[in-house]
Ligand binder design. Structure first.
Ligand SMILES: Nc1nc2c(ncn2[C@@H]2O[C@H](COP(=O)(O)OP(=O)(O)O)[C@@H](O)[C@H]2O)c(=O)[nH]1
Ligand SMILES: [Mg+2]
Ligand SMILES: [Zn+2]
Length: 356
């Protein structure tokens, strides 16, 4: 299923520009002549690509990995190469073993959708925003289904999300009433790529369909009770919007594991990042050290406990991930953990003594 029906679409409509052309020229020298096309959908061993000739299928040779959004070189219906990505949304794959999974590439803006009538948690938004900043794209947080809550409830939800959106646009929309949809469409334009992320049932496909002006993408009714979507998007899919712009809809993410997101975390928590090089000690853990700018800012109410705890949690997650391949870092983390356990045991002992 593809939105691409007109054969008169140019590469520029799909995001092609002079820099991509230069990149192609280099690649062609190496790989021989081939046609550029943009990957719209990836299946096992094959993909759907969009080009001036319309939509077509191409084989992905063994050992080659492509993601939705990639600019690939196609020769006789075979992907023979891919142009270096400008941006890439990469998460830690769901499940036990830590592996990177590329969700989409060459995306300009990522809209993180969250339903106003569901559980609106700033912590999960911070995780998404981190993922997006790290990718190189710009995040926008969109509260959906504004029609399902009262004005007060909407304000409340927006208020809760606001601290998680420092330097990030935050808006509310409703598909049936059309509220906010004009604001959303401002992020689209010819050749610009926007991806939609968010958990299942957040309203991604519904928004995508509104933007494309037709029911191209499967939407699902939400199961009563748990707010999870049904009959939902099963494939990540890139479509061309009639009004200009490229949209990537994706299946809901149940887990947003981070993968190498140091910069992403730094950008998501700018008020904390700004403090880190002001601590007296370079290896400050920002707990009890004298001259710690972070604990000082906390005491002065310049940063909040919630944001600090959230930052710590994401930092710990990244450190653990990095430590897998670094014995010295692993040892350091273990020592730190033991210290925390000791601290915790002491606090508990004290509490017991005080009869709490
Ligand atoms: N009332 C209301 N329902 C919506 C809105 N957006 C989506 N929905 C409904 O929420 C359900 C899930 O939407 P869908 O777009 O499939 O979510 P996705 O899993 O994120 O793609 C569907 O039943 C939609 O009709 C909205 O703005 N208002
Ligand atoms: Mg969907
Ligand atoms: Zn410190």
């Amino acid at each position: 299923m593809s939105a691409f029906t007109s054969p008169f679409v140019s590469l520029a409509d799909l995001g092609w520009d002079d820099a991509w052309a230069a990149s192609l020229a280099t690649a062609v020298q190496l790989l021989g002549p081939a046609d550029p096309a943009r990957v719209a959908r990836v299946d096992l061993g094959a993909c759907t690509v969009l080009g001036p000739g319309g939509s077509s299928r191409a084989t992905i040779p063994h050992g080659t990995t492509v993601a939705v959004g990639d600019w690939v070189l196609v020769r006789q219906s075979v992907v023979v190469g891919a142009l270096p990505r400008r941006t890439a949304i990469v998460r830690r794959s769901a499940g036990g073993d830590a592996q990177a999974q590329t969700l989409a590439t060459n995306v300009d803006t990522v809209m993180v959708l969250v339903a106003a009538d569901g559980r609106v948690t700033p912590r999960s938004i911070e995780r998404y925003v981190t993922l997006v900043w790290e990718s190189g794209a710009t995040p926008v947080v969109v509260l959906t289904k504004a029609d399902l809550v009262s004005g007060d409830e909407l304000d409340d939800a927006l208020g809760r999300l606001e601290p998680a959106c420092v330097g990030v646009d935050l808006l509310a929309i409703s598909a049936p009433t059309g509220t906010g949809l004009d604001t959303v469409s401002r992020y689209f334009g010819r050749g610009r790529t926007v991806a939609l992320l968010g958990s299942s049932g957040a309203g991604k496909s519904t928004l995508a369909n509104h933007l494309s002006g037709s029911a191209l993408l499967a939407t699902g009714a939400v199961r009563e009770g748990d707010h999870r979507g049904r009959h939902t998007t099963t494939h990540r899919e890139l479509v061309l919007l009639p009004g200009g712009g490229v949209l990537i809809d994706s299946p809901g993410l149940r887990e947003v594991g981070l993968w190498q997101a140091d910069d992403g975390v730094a950008r998501t928590f700018p008020e904390i990042t700004a403090l880190l090089d002001q601590c007296r000690f370079q290896d400050c853990t920002h707990r009890k050290e004298p001259g710690c700018a972070v604990t000082a800012a906390l005491a002065e109410g310049k940063i909040t406990q919630e944001r600090l705890a959230s930052w710590r949690k994401l930092r710990r997650e990244l450190d653990r991930l990095a430590a897998r391949d670094d014995p010295a870092l692993r040892q350091q983390l273990r020592t730190e953990q033991r210290r925390q356990f000791r601290e915790y045991a002491q606090v508990r002992k004290q509490h017991r003594r005080q009869g709490r």
